[in-house]
Design a protein around this ligand. Structure first.
Ligand SMILES: *[C@@H]1O[C@H](CO)[C@@H](O)[C@H](O)[C@H]1NC(C)=O
Ligand SMILES: *[C@@H]1O[C@H](CO)[C@@H](O)[C@H](O)[C@H]1NC(C)=O
Ligand SMILES: *[C@@H]1O[C@H](CO)[C@@H](O)[C@H](O)[C@H]1NC(C)=O
Ligand SMILES: *[C@@H]1O[C@H](CO)[C@@H](O)[C@H](O)[C@H]1NC(C)=O
Ligand SMILES: *[C@@H]1O[C@H](CO)[C@@H](O)[C@H](O)[C@H]1NC(C)=O
Length: 763
């Protein structure tokens, strides 16, 4: 009975405390009174009688003696991340210097940090507990990867009173290299960004500090460490193999993420250690940001993102209480589907009286793109009055949206939106505001490509580099809110941030970088975190390559460059349902009828032809065709006359061929044609077409306007079957066999003008 109880008790104990650690601990440890109680327990040793262990009164001895001390004069995003990780593991943290002006130098380059030592010294003077263990650590670029218990265990195992983090690079004084003791394995040099030790020893170590705030703390500690006598008396060692501290500078190749049981840690692959603290010292801020997207349990394979719904802010119920947002629409160059862009902007779910719209149209109004510019003007004219404010900013005016917001105390956010962004999610703005982050972009990608509007990493010279998780994020295998070094095309940034950290009026200027990169560079330098979210699907971005603006409806030609947007704009809404919902009709034998074009497609094609205007005379002599003679002539314009034949073939291949092959099984079309054209029927020009065979294997005949509305009469009659289609539907295609069976005629148009698009496929 008695024995069973003890065993049970012990197993509880060992679940709480890593006894393996104790077993490595020499029994000698813990002689001094200042030894924390963890060693007292461990000193029981494997051989001793555990039943007697008096320390059981304190189940986690030592933990309460650990105090994390850090200096943070400002509550930066990095500091908040540090606190979050500390809270996650229940570290007790004391923050020094809050609200003070930082005098310790530029953390990116020059030595400095003396202010930290001065503040630490003052704080420790107030503390008396000899058992107190202090972890003094930077915070803007530091994350805890594990809990205090593991940290204390490893501290014990280091068998010294003070343990410093180590570095492979010596800094700031290379001349001290020879004075550093050699280590058998691991880093040889001291890093002052993190150390841990007993209060009395640390007090002794910094007792002589009289330096200026801008003096180097690293140099100060290095001098003590490299002095053999002081090293011995204070009892200092280095954590050479990164068991406690991982400094990333000089060690980027050594550190990988380790996913394990719903937790994420950093693993040092060189020393095979799992550091408890990860520090993005020196020029490794981006790497700590990357690791901070995962560590300690921010994102895991098991649970996805654990923090993405933290700190959300909800938008007020009433429209008039919504934050005021300045929307900056950037137009760098003529861009496809600009009218669709503005339609979406109108549909964006947000009270319009809380939006101020600034349209930066950088397009020079040369004659050949005048018609394109009309789309922008039309939006301003037709809908401008819906918004709180709307302004068209001309190319000469140097007014960026951040500056405008900065000067306007009422401006809560800037929502920057490039015109090539296809924002499919009309809640985007709300979602971004609710996420409550300093700067955040919705992830958008180029359809079917790995291109997106964020970078996961930067190359050494500040350009694009691919992070290890980039593809997984773009392809939404990892979903979350990601701290990244660069976003573009569409993002939200807070007005208060623009009036504080980002108050430099030259946010976009740089001698070498383009404005987007300059902006992000600036944001990074200020320690402001940039996020991209793929928690929702937001949309995509258009390709602006090869966009010609010489035509009336330039978007018609985008079937190759932007096929998804082309389909949305021009292919009938119900086209994709044709097979599933059996939308295909058969009005006459072997004649199939199905929806193909949107109204817009029909209108654009007709307008484009009328704009071109070179209708054929309708005579038998036709220089456009092989042989120069047309037996059954129509008044028409060929697709190749408007250079639309390649695009037309693509249309036939993509959208007609699948239906042909379904309806005429066993026949595989190549979608080749000699003749594809738009025909115009008019009572006083050419009202009808006499019976004929088509020079095709099959023919496609698409009605481009609406009977009863645009014209009267019309239709098509198949003589062999005495069967007519007399009420053609706009956008619907008739498909029928060509030269053999389907002898047919065009029925007379009695009023108005009728247009059809005809293709003789596989002649
Ligand atoms: C931190 O403390 C809270 C309660 O104080 C507890 O619920 C939680 O499990 C602790 N977390 C860790 C990692 O020890
Ligand atoms: C440092 O302290 C430990 C006890 O914590 C002791 O075993 C060791 O000898 C000391 N080292 C030096 C160099 O004094
Ligand atoms: C502090 O200064 C005193 C007096 O110069 C010296 O004896 C002692 O070693 C110094 N301590 C440290 C840790 O530098
Ligand atoms: C698509 O089909 C649905 C139902 O079949 C119909 O209500 C809708 O009007 C159709 N869309 C168009 C553009 O014709
Ligand atoms: C053709 O059909 C029409 C009615 O649709 C009918 O009036 C006519 O008699 C038919 N002609 C022949 C030759 O069958």
């Amino acid at each position: 009975m008695d024995r069973g109880f003890v065993l049970l008790f012990l197993s509880l104990l060992s679940a709480d405390l890593p006894l393996t650690a104790c077993e490595q601990q020499p029994a000698a440890a813990g002689k001094r009174s200042s030894e924390p109680r963890l060693s007292a327990l461990c000193s029981a040793g494997p051989g001793s009688d555990r039943r007697r262990a008096p320390v059981l009164r304190r189940p986690h001895p030592g933990l309460e003696n650990l105090l994390v001390v850090t200096v943070a004069t400002k509550e930066t995003d990095g500091f908040r991340r540090f606190l979050r990780s500390a809270k996650h593991f229940n570290y007790s943290v004391k923050v020094l210097g809050q609200g003070l002006k930082w005098e310790g130098g530029d953390y990116m380059s020059a030595p400095g940090g003396g202010q930290k030592v001065r503040l630490l010294k003052a704080a420790l003077d107030q503390m008396k507990d000899e058992d107190q263990i202090i972890l003094f650590i930077d915070s803007y670029d530091v994350i805890f990867a594990s809990d205090p218990r593991e940290l204390l265990k490893k501290f014990k195992q280091a068998k010294h009173k003070v343990v410093f983090s180590s570095e492979s690079l010596i800094w700031p004084d290379r001349h001290l290299e020879d004075k550093h003791p050699h280590v058998r394995e691991g880093n040889r040099f001291l890093g002052s960004g993190g150390f841990m030790g007993f209060l009395p020893n640390i007090k002794e170590m910094i007792s002589n500090w009289t330096g200026a705030d801008s003096d180097s703390d690293q140099l100060f500690f290095t001098r003590i460490y490299t002095d053999p006598a002081k090293r011995k008396s204070i009892n200092i060692t280095l954590d050479s193999k990164c068991r406690l501290f991982q400094n990333l500078h000089g060690a980027l190749d050594e550190v990988v993420l380790k996913f394990e049981d719903g937790r994420v840690r950093a693993r040092n692959v060189l020393y095979d250690t799992l550091p408890v603290i990860v520090h993005g010292n020196g020029p490794t801020k981006l790497q700590i940001n990357y690791l901070g997207n995962y560590i300690p349990n921010i994102w895991t394979f098991e649970g996805g993102c654990s923090v993405c719904d933290e700190n959300l802010q909800s938008l007020p119920g009433g429209d008039s209480d919504h934050p005021l947002v300045m929307v900056g629409v950037f137009i760098q160059q003529p861009t496809p589907f600009v009218t669709v862009f503005f339609e979406r902007l109108l549909q964006l779910q947000y009270p319009k009286n809380r939006l101020k719209l600034f349209i930066y149209n950088q397009v020079k109004r040369e004659t050949k793109i005048i018609s394109w510019c009309h789309h922008v003007d039309a939006f301003l004219r037709d809908h401008g009055n819906l918004y709180e404010n709307i302004k068209n900013i001309e190319p000469e005016e140097e007014m960026d949206a951040p500056s405008l917001c900065r000067r306007d105390e009422g401006c809560d956010y800037v929502f920057s939106l490039d015109v090539e962004v296809v924002l499919k999610n009309d809640k985007t703005l709300k979602i971004l505001i609710e996420q409550n982050l300093p700067m955040i972009a919705p992830m958008i990608t180029r359809s079917g490509r790995l291109w997106s509007n964020f970078w996961g990493a930067l190359s050494a010279d500040g350009y694009y580099a691919r992070s290890e998780d980039y593809v997984d994020i773009v392809q939404e295998r990892r979903v979350g809110v990601w701290n990244v070094p660069y976003v573009s095309s569409v993002f939200l940034v807070g007005g208060s941030l623009l009036r504080s950290d980002l108050s430099d009026p030259e946010l976009f200027s740089s001698d070498v970088l383009d404005p987007d990169m300059a902006f992000c560079h600036h944001v990074r330098r200020k320690g402001v975190f940039m996020f991209v979210t793929n928690m929702h699907t937001f949309g995509r971005i258009l390709s602006t390559e090869n966009y010609q603006t010489t035509r009336l409806h330039n978007d018609l030609w985008q079937i190759f460059e932007n096929p998804v947007d082309w389909q949305e704009r021009y292919i009938h809404q119900n086209y994709t349902l044709i097979m599933k919902d059996k939308l295909i009709e058969m009005p006459c034998p072997d004649v199939y009828w199905f929806p193909l074009f949107t109204n817009v497609a029909c209108d654009h094609l007709v307008e484009e032809m009328e704009h071109h205007g070179k209708w054929s005379g309708g005579g038998n002599v036709d220089k456009r065709i092989q042989g120069g003679y047309e037996n059954v002539p129509t008044i028409d314009i060929h697709m190749n006359q408007i250079s639309f034949d390649k695009e037309w073939r693509k249309l036939l291949m993509e959208y007609v061929a699948p239906i042909t092959e379904k309806m005429y099984p066993g026949y595989y079309t190549q979608a080749l044609f000699d003749l594809a054209f738009v025909v115009r029927y008019k009572p006083d020009e050419q009202p009808s077409l006499r019976p004929h065979h088509d020079a095709s294997t099959f023919t496609i005949n698409i009605a481009l306007n609406q009977v009863g509305l645009d014209y009267q009469g019309g239709g098509c009659r198949f003589l062999r079957y005495n069967c007519s289609v007399t009420a053609p539907r706009k956008g619907w295609a008739l498909m029928h066999p060509g030269r053999l069976t389907h002898y047919h005629e065009g029925l007379p148009t009695t009023a108005g003008v009728r247009y059809i698009a005809v293709s003789f496929v596989d002649p």
